[in-house]
Design a binder for this molecule. Sequence first.
Ligand SMILES: O=C(O)c1cc(=O)[nH]c(=O)n1[C@@H]1O[C@H](COP(=O)(O)O)[C@@H](O)[C@H]1O
Length: 224
Amino acid sequence: MSNPVYLALDLPRLDAAIALAQKVRGHIGGVKLGLEFFCAHGHHGVHEVAKLGLPVFLDLKLHDIPNTVAAAMQSIHVLEPAIVTIHAAGGRAMMEDAKAAAGEHCKVVAVTVLTSLDDDDLAGVGVPGGAHDQALRLADLAQEAGLDGIVCSGHEVGAIHKRWKNGFFVVPGLRPDTGHTADQKRIVTPAAARRDGASVLVIGRPISRAEDPVAAARAIEATL
Ligand SMILES: O=C(O)c1cc(=O)[nH]c(=O)n1[C@@H]1O[C@H](COP(=O)(O)O)[C@@H](O)[C@H]1O
């Protein structure tokens, strides 16, 4: 079974991001390039990271009108990402058009409820039912729209997996111990997320900010 860990390369410098990925490559299954990376380094940065030969997960969290999102998906074909994120809250038509515009070998997954939000945060933006119910509702919508899967926290992945047996589930907000949670609110351990059905484990700071990133990645791998 391939390693489910995708390392989030949320680093400001391209050379540092590539050096980190190179260092830990034996203990990860792929790399995730998000908004911080893409806004700083764009297509050039993605091409440079792709030279490592690891699968590239492009986490752009697209959320706009269907035509704009579909056009953005077409513009990233050339980068040949293995996985791309969009926001489920963009609605069914946006998700359908994004999937139709994606490359044949690219998995399109929809973010349900960000792992940095809790029930109070959701109530603050007018979603009264709580993170769990909202994540399940948006996962159902993503499935109806024909997407490959969703992004959710480890708190919901078990319940969503039960309703969507062959879905592809990306789980961030992972912390190997009870250490520094930073801005994440709905967290679980990588092992718990995997046990509950996660296909991909997105891990950033617990590896990238560790004193010894290789030891941190190896320790996480050993728990899976
Ligand atoms: O789509 C994501 O990857 C994502 C969704 C989400 O709900 N929460 C979340 O943290 N992420 C990303 O996952 C990574 C988590 O980083 P760490 O908290 O440092 O492990 C970041 O790159 C986030 O952008």
